[in-house]
Design a protein around this ligand. Structure first.
Ligand code: ADP
Ligand code: MG
Length: 696
């Protein structure tokens, strides 16, 4: 048996290792950098680098890498060995403070959305000392941020760190105005719940759609799907148990707080939830988790699918982003306590967040916009593409009393037209009932549920932190200079609630009526990424991000371009893969089957003209007419893809891919899937949904 406390963090250059190995003054200086964001002295960095290198070498490492998160959404690393030649033809192992603090990978192959012209190809990476270095496969990995030489950000981590600074500043300012003067620093915390599918690797290898696009582009519905609801929280199969055990161990060694694991709704679908931690560490850990998930799966002869919708008609995978704000005095600001109406800090922050979400529905929708996630949002399983907030009926009553200046007592509560049972006292678990809400208050945190399973959580959290910072500033601006803060606070709370309560919706977000209701409330409904992404660099958003020092106008515009391009490219690859599968596999299979049927019918007729061959002729005729139809739709799709060359504007191109290519792909698929139900199993060229979903 492995002892968990012993292996936990054994591959991490963490607090304990630092304390053990660094001289006291260096340790202190590093802590100052970590806790207060003070710049690091090169002398200190040299000592830290040497200690890191010695520790890494003792653990078998030979290389180091600056690990970063470029705009492609995955992580990148370039490995350098520690060797340095000596005069006698030998080498010593070296690692300097300079190498620790700054790296210079060739940035020219990473997307920059036009930010970095080619003659300025190099970007540089900068050490993020707030996230621990760790060891993987003989390499010391140093978490870093990635910038261009002009200083513009080229990664997802830098804006996240900037947004954490922004919300820190705004939250501390407001807390001081509210009398919480002992608070000096505020951080946001995140716990992302990660969903994934596991399928057999051999079957995976037979599907180029899974290989190239992460999802199945064809596949008829299996006779048994998830309708029996027998998978959710069900007994975990032995092979999956082994996988999960191995996964937990690998993650623990890397200091990832993997906590909960269970089966999810769909067959072959599972979830892993960590214990929450500081947002940038949670982000690094989630990227690491996804990577380790895939690697461990391979070891077990499995493939881990992280795509949002690997199988049509079956539940997709999301990532619930549990988010809260905590102070350096150890308080969770979003904990309402037993008496929320008198919890000034909680109530003010809650109300400010309501304003932030209502005013920035566009940004929150954009933060989860992705071609893969579009297959989920608005489906019958995930939150809709419309933003709204669930706060629970108890809190809604509290807010009603604030808005209407009513005393908060049993009499008032009973008279309020918010129809859920009146509870004797405020309880945490009453707030966690609505699983359909995209943005739900769940007791002591908000759960943003629109994220797709492949998402890097940096972007949604960058946006969340920034919009809340702005909203907190709005409250502070109102309070500042007022003699009677409590009176002013009541005024501003009422004002915000009146203006922004339209975003609160405690009902069923999956109900078709909600779409109409949301529209009448004036809420946004960006159905696809092609609708949402063009608004990223709207005037309001540029102003917001520039004010809080998170993105410059140029950076924001480049991000918009990168995301739009990625959207179109994703669909383009899918369409090309589809064409390849049709031409190389499906049509030959269908022809073979019809040929055999025809030959069988002819042979029978040869034997005796009276034999009934209606089965063969019926099938052949049905298959033939579907095949002709498929061939025609395929030609249309091919032509439509060529026409895409006519668009040089990224917004129009994305729209074209959504409106034209995607819908043609759906038509092609429908015919192919029908053919799959007719053609004999031994003829069909790929593993079916039944094979894939029940393979482990
Ligand atoms: P559930 O959502 O299933 O009720 P939990 O309440 O235990 O489960 O939390 C789910 C996720 O929320 C976990 O990853 C957990 O670490 C995270 N979480 C809990 N508290 C916080 C917090 N204060 N800040 C951020 N995440 C949190
Ligand atoms: Mg959850």
């Amino acid at each position: 048996m492995t002892k968990v406390p012993e292996i936990f963090g054994s591959l991490v250059f963490n607090e304990t290792v630092m304390k053990e190995r660094l001289p006291k003054d260096v340790y202190k200086a590093l802590q100052n950098t970590i806790k207060d964001g003070k710049p690091i002295d090169l002398k200190v960095a040299n000592v830290v680098a040497t200690a890191m290198k010695d520790w890494a070498i003792e653990h078998g490492a030979t290389h180091f890498t600056h690990w970063f998160q470029p705009m492609t959404g995955i992580t990148a690393e370039k490995h350098d060995s520690f060797i340095s030649p000596t005069n006698d033809g030998k080498v010593i192992m070296e690692f300097s403070g300079k190498e620790l603090v700054k790296g210079e990978p060739d940035g020219s192959s990473f997307p920059s959305g036009g930010l970095r012209s080619t003659f300025e190809a190099r970007g540089y990476t900068v050490w993020d000392p707030t996230s621990y270095a760790y060891l993987r496969n003989g390499t010391l990995c140093i978490p870093t941020a990635f910038c261009s030489y002009g200083g513009q950000v080229l990664d997802k981590k830098t804006p996240l760190l900037r947004s954490m600074e922004a919300i820190n500043k705004s939250a501390v300012r407001l807390l001081h105005l509210l009398g919480e003067t002992d608070v000096n620093r505020v951080t946001t915390t995140v716990g992302p719940e990660q969903e994934y599918f596991l399928i057999d690797k051999e079957l995976y290898n037979k599907r180029i759609d899974l290989k190239f696009t992460g999802r199945t582009l064809f596949g008829a519905k299996p006779p048994k799907g998830q309708e029996l609801d027998d998978h959710y929280f069900g007994a975990i199969k032995p092979r999956v148990v082994e996988y999960m055990k191995d996964l937990d161990e690998e993650l623990w060694k890397l200091g990832v707080l993997a906590k909960t694991k269970h089966n999810e709704v769909a067959p072959a679908q599972h979830e892993l939830a960590p214990i929450f931690t500081t947002t940038n560490v949670a982000t690094d850990h989630n990227q690491l988790t996804m990577d380790v998930m895939k690697k461990v799966a391979c070891k077990h002869g499995l493939m881990c699918l992280l795509h949002e919708k690997p199988f049509a008609g079956v539940n997709g995978s999301g990532k619930h982003n549990n988010w809260s704000i905590s102070t350096d005095t150890g308080k969770n600001i979003l904990n309402p306590g037993k008496d929320p109406i008198n919890n000034k800090v909680f109530l003010t922050f809650l109300i400010a967040i309501i304003k932030a979400v209502h005013e920035n529905q566009d940004l929150l929708r954009i933060s989860v916009a992705d071609a893969g996630n579009d297959h989920r949002l608005g489906g019958n399983e995930a939150p809709p593409a419309i933003l709204s907030m669930f706060i629970g009926s108890d809190l809604e009553k509290v807010l009603q009393c604030v808005e209407d200046d009513l005393p908060y007592n049993e009499e008032t509560l009973n008279s309020l037209a918010i129809d859920v049972e009146v509870l004797p006292s405020f309880k945490k678990d009453t707030t966690d009932r609505n699983r359909t809400s995209p943005f739900a208050f769940t007791g002591n945190k908000f759960e943003f549920r629109m994220l797709g399973s492949t998402a890097n959580i940096a972007c949604p959290n960058t946006i969340l932190n920034t919009i809340v910072a702005e909203s907190l500033d709005y409250v502070s601006d109102y309070l500042e200079g007022k003699d009677d803060i409590d009176k002013a606070l009541k005024e501003i709370q009422k004002k915000i609630l009146k203006e922004h309560k339209a975003i609160i919706f405690n009902g069923n977000n999956y109900a078709p009526e909600w779409v109409a209701e949301a529209e009448s409330r004036g809420l946004l409904n960006f159905k696809s990424s092609a609708d949402a992404l063009p608004h990223y660099a709207d005037e309001k958003n540029i102003k917001l991000f520039e004010k809080h020092g998170v993105y410059t106008k140029l950076e924001l515009e480049s991000r918009k371009e990168i995301l739009l391009e990625k959207y179109s490219q994703t669909i383009n690859i899918e369409a090309l893969t589809m064409l390849e599968m049709i031409k190389k596999d499906i049509i030959p299979a269908v022809c073979n089957y019809s040929k055999d049927l025809t030959e069988s019918a002819l042979a029978k007729k040869n034997l005796s003209p009276d034999i009934d061959v209606s089965l063969e002729t019926g099938l052949v005729s049905k298959i033939s007419s579907l095949s002709s139809c498929l061939s025609k739709k395929t030609a249309d799709l091919e032509k439509a893809l060529l026409d895409a060359k006519d668009y040089d504007d990224s917004e129009k191109l994305a729209k074209y891919y959504h409106d034209t290519i995607l819908s043609q792909m759906n038509e092609v698929r429908a015919i192919a899937d029908e053919l799959e139900t007719l053609v004999g199993k031994s003829y069909w060229p790929f593993p079916t949904y039944t094979d894939l979903l029940f393979s482990v």
